[in-house]
Design a protein around this ligand. Structure first.
Ligand code: GLN
Length: 427
């Protein structure tokens, strides 16, 4: 039954396979020789459960998706005030590698363009470049929940060809906006861009931000909620470079892209998404990555500015109402994440019952995605030879005209549903 979400993901991915527009990054040979058709999509729930579709085990370099994480680390280590003195939070409207600073402050406009990202590296404490890099590397790994590796060839190439970034770093030094030796800072920046991830790593890193700095897989707190809120804020306004406005309007999730073909997107409190597809548009964003995030947002109702009331715990109670009859009492406002939790819990426990009764008496509000998922649940149960009943006295969960699978098995009270279930099981 949790398969329903898997099928959504597979379907949405499949719809974008034919999209072959865009071109591989070719400023270094390593990026130009990857398989252009590689395509992986991963969704991590806020409790660390991962749905994967396509090439989710393919490693690629994190590139600019490193920027929000190093910024978060700098905030975590030296605090917001000290970071704000060196890096702004205004969208630049310029290309990611623009050689520019804010006209009045003479500091980088934001941490998501190269100038701000290089400045952020210089703010991470460390007596030597190695020490600084190790701290960064350890932080990314803690967010991903596994030890990440560095692509040494990409690193060597980034370093050999990085004159634009060198120009940026020296410009910052000339304005007094960069601490330390610019070449040492650049070396760490090139290394951080060369850290290898999969779409699943990105989804997990995004889920760690979605959980306010707690890695849901490992249970380890990597930073605090205030750091995450600030990081997500700049991802919203600046994460997709000069496409940020379009992105926020259409997708509505804080996100960051990289020229390695990755995108990480965060739905606060709910989930993390990682996409890999290396063909890029003119702005340096993955073409399929952008398209797939648009679809996910629309189809799963993920736009973060969708106005709905705060959801509390979805499953209020789970209990047996007789031999092989289990009741799932759901409450509050039901969105994708809540419905997914209900489906997955029932799927996990399905060996323990023959009839699942979904008690929706206490549901306040529900969106179409959650409605479709709960409606689809009965078909999922049927695949396992189980039955699903719905208690929905006011037609709030599934209005009469949309009952579909549930027609004939909707009850006014739990007692009615239990009586029917007993009858069914005794036949
Ligand atoms: N290493 C690349 C650079 O600094 C990263 C750019 C990116 O992913 N947008 O130019």
């Amino acid at each position: 039954m949790a398969d329903l979400v898997q099928r959504y993901l597979d379907q949405i991915r499949a719809e974008h396979v034919a999209l072959r527009e865009g071109a591989l990054a070719d400023y270094i040979p390593e990026l130009a020789t990857v398989d252009p058709d590689g395509f992986g999509v991963t969704l991590s729930s806020s409790d660390g459960f991962v749905y994967e579709s396509g090439d989710t085990a393919v490693e690629f370099t994190i590139q600019s998706i490193s920027k929000p994480f190093t910024y978060a680390l700098a905030l975590d280590q030296i605090g917001e005030r000290a970071v704000d003195a060196r890096i702004g939070v205004e969208p630049s409207g310029e290309a990611f590698n623009e050689i520019s600073v804010d006209k009045t402050t003479k500091t980088p406009k934001n941490p998501m363009i190269n100038a701000g990202a290089i400045a952020a590296v210089s703010l991470v404490p460390g007596a030597t470049p190695d020490e600084r890099f190790n701290r960064i590397h350890e932080f990314y790994s803690a967010c991903a929940g596994r030890r990440l590796d560095v692509d040494l060839d990409v690193y060597a190439s980034e370093k050999a060809t990085g004159n634009r970034n060198r120009a940026i770093a020296y410009m910052l030094t000339s304005f007094g906006a960069l601490q330390g030796d610019p070449d040492e800072v650049l070396d760490v920046y090139f290394r951080q861009c060369s850290i290898k991830v999969t779409s699943t790593d990105l989804a997990r890193m995004a889920a760690t931000l979605a959980r306010g700095g707690l890695n849901p897989l490992t249970g380890r707190r990597v930073t605090d909620g205030q750091v995450v809120r600030r990081t997500l804020s700049v991802m919203v306004t600046c994460g997709m470079y000069d496409a940020a406005g379009d992105w926020v309007s259409a997708v509505g999730m804080p996100a960051k892209s990289g020229v390695g073909g990755g995108i990480a997107a965060v739905l606060p409190g709910q989930l993390g998404i990682g996409v890999y597809s290396p063909r890029l548009d003119a702005k340096g964003n993955s073409v399929r990555g952008v398209a797939v995030c648009r679809s996910l947002s629309t189809r799963l109702g993920l736009h973060f500015l969708t106005v709905s009331r705060e959801t509390s715990a979805t499953l209020r109670a789970v209990y047996d109402a007789g031999p092989r009859i289990r009741v799932y009492e759901i409450q509050g406002d039901l969105l994708f994440a809540g419905a997914e939790q209900v489906l997955r819990t029932a799927a996990r426990e399905s060996a323990g019952f023959d009839v699942a009764i979904l008690d929706g008496t206490r549901v306040d509000d529900i969106n179409d995605t959650a409605r479709d998922m709960l409606t689809g649940m009965r078909a999922g149960l049927a695949e396992d030879g189980k039955e699903g009943y719905l208690v929905d006295p006011d037609g709030r969960v599934v209005p009469a005209e949309r009952r579909g699978d549930y027609d004939a098995v909707v009850f006014r009270t739990v007692d009615d549903a239990v009586a029917a279930a007993r009858q069914l099981l005794s036949d």
